[in-house]
Ligand binder design. Structure first.
Ligand code: NAP
Length: 480
């Protein structure tokens, strides 16, 4: 911050969400010197980093190391982290707006898209976010014992234990969708204990994955190999796993005019197709695990009464309108586990404008639209702004766009600091809330490293809220 900015009343900004989008927004706000700022980054979880901790696959070490860069922003003197504060439950959005000058929404896309087919909820059929949360050790799917016993509320469900049982019982999995999350899920399902040992997975997750018997994963693409949502680096990674056969049918690699046009224009599509052609040329080795890629195939029904037994598939074509049409040609594939990996979806936060048709907060260049006009004090960034697309780094340019809008509004006199320093702390105290700060995160960090060392690993994730609070040296409560 310049000396000039230091003399001025700071603009107090509350960022909701301490994932990459929120922290990149804090970085963009504090990297400029035109406007003095104080940034509060709030998260409902006790720990920061959002999808970098609870979305990026544990075996993707270099992407997970982005955490170190994000942490440096949280360590700045003009940025404060408030963990374990749920906006919309502990504090209403309007109350927060009354305590700060600006609220910047960066709370991501917390739900998943549905397939809308029969059998979607039968035991053994999971949404990818649930499965990803499980293997990343998210407290939402690793509940505390007291919440299960139902001391204060009706007894809960141990989703984590259920997923572990399903994985333990499965030999064949179907993963619907051909995006990067589908690749993550497939890879985690086929990797051996040795291949996962250098991750920071929670011990109970690692133990389950080490014991599992999954040997076949079917990936379903409703369009052809030219239309996948993979990034090539992640696709290639699958082909580098030893003792794995990858099956792509030669028929699917014979392209019609539309597929040829796509690979002619889209370099990523062309590279992905080249990777899959190379796989198709490999002789089968009788490896102990296999991944089968099915294209022009969509699921029409998940089979099984009280447990998944398979998936009914329909052959598809591209219709004249460019959308996928079913041909009526049906087949079935046996499966014990189905993971629907067809994209995330943003959810409504009470008191925040929300467009249910897109699953996003309505905005223009990051300025939130409320009651048909621009809100004077609300901005948005990340997946809840643009939808669940792009890689982690995409959130950086997205945050820069939103912060540029905010700074332009300050320059134009539409947004002025109201001398609200300290008001958020007073509000939190008045509610008896005990937010977890950055030193608390450092204590959790040290506890995870120490736990990892005790298992001969670099780090072991603490998956339960009660463990995180204990490591943070805050007394566990019953509100989680
Ligand atoms: P995604 O990239 O949007 O892929 C979703 C997939 O689901 C697409 O193949 C899509 O096919 C398919 N799909 C959608 N609706 C379907 C339906 N009703 N039936 C069958 N298939 C359907 O989503 P994602 O994999 O969840 O990833 C989200 C974002 O995170 C992406 O931007 C991704 O690149 C990013 N990510 C990156 C990494 C990494 O860099 N390592 C890792 C994980 C995630 P259509 O194309 O036909 O719609």
């Amino acid at each position: 911050m310049s000396e000039d900015a230091e003399d001025r009343t700071p603009l107090v900004v509350a960022v909701i969400g301490a994932g990459p989008s929120g922290i990149y927004a804090a970085e963009a706000l504090t990297a400029q010197s035109e406007v003095a700022v104080e940034v509060a980054v709030l998260d409902r979880l006790p720990v920061p980093f959002g999808l970098v901790r609870y979305g990026v696959a544990p075996d993707h070490h270099s992407i997970r190391s982005i955490r170190n860069t994000l942490e440096r922003t949280l360590e700045r003197s003009d940025v404060t982290f408030y963990g374990d504060v749920t906006i919309g439950r502990d504090i209403a959005v309007d109350e927060l707006r009354g305590a700060v000058d600006v609220v910047l929404y960066a709370y991501g896309a917390g739900s998943d898209r549905r397939l809308g087919i029969p059998g979607e909820d039968v035991r053994g059929s999971l949404g990818a976010p649930e499965f990803v949360n499980w293997y990343c050790g998210h407290p939402d799917v690793h509940p505390d014992a007291h919440t299960l016993a139902g001391d204060d509320e009706p007894p809960g469900t141990d989703q984590g234990a259920q997923i572990a049982r399903l994985v333990g019982e499965s030999r064949t999995a179907v993963v619907v969708g051909v995006g990067n999350v589908a690749l993550d899920v497939a890879r985690v399902l086929v990797k051996t204990a040795d291949e996962l040992a250098d991750t920071d997975m929670a011990e109970e997750v690692l133990a389950c994955l080490a014991d599992k018997q999954v040997d076949t994963v079917h990936l379903l693409g409703r369009r052809g190999p030219a239309y996948t949502a993979f990034t090539t680096k992640e696709l290639r990674e699958l082909g580098q796993l030893p003792d794995l056969d990858l099956l792509v049918s030669a028929e699917d690699l014979e392209f019609d005019a539309s597929s040829l046009a796509v690979v002619g224009q889209d370099k990523v599509a062309a590279r992905n197709v080249a990777v899959m052609r190379e796989w198709a040329s490999r002789p089968l080795t009788g490896a102990s695990r296999r991944i089968v890629l099915h294209f022009w195939t969509r699921p029409t029904r998940i089979l099984g009464d009280d447990h998944v037994t398979g998936v009914e598939l329909e052959r598809t074509v591209i219709g004249t309108d460019g959308y996928v049409d079913g041909t009526g040609e049906l087949s079935t594939v046996d499966a014990d586990l189905v993971v629907r990996s067809v994209g995330y979806r943003g959810v409504a936060l009470p008191g925040v404008p929300y467009d249910a048709s897109t699953g996003r907060v309505p905005h223009a260049e990051g300025r939130v639209i409320r009651d048909g006009g621009f809100s004077t004090d609300e901005y948005v960034t990340g997946w809840i702004k643009r939808g669940p697309t792009g890689v982690i780094g995409t959130n950086k340019s997205d945050a820069v766009e939103t912060v540029a809008s905010l700074l332009a509004d300050v320059a134009a006199g539409r947004l002025t600091p109201q001398g609200r320093s300290g008001a958020l702390d007073r509000l939190l105290r008045s509610r008896g809330l005990q937010p977890l700060d950055l030193p608390a995160w450092h204590r959790i960090d040290s506890a995870e490293v120490a736990l990892g060392t005790s298992y001969g690993r670099l780090r072991t994730t603490l998956a339960h809220r009660v463990e995180l609070l204990a490591a943070a040296e805050r007394q566990a409560d019953r509100s989680g």
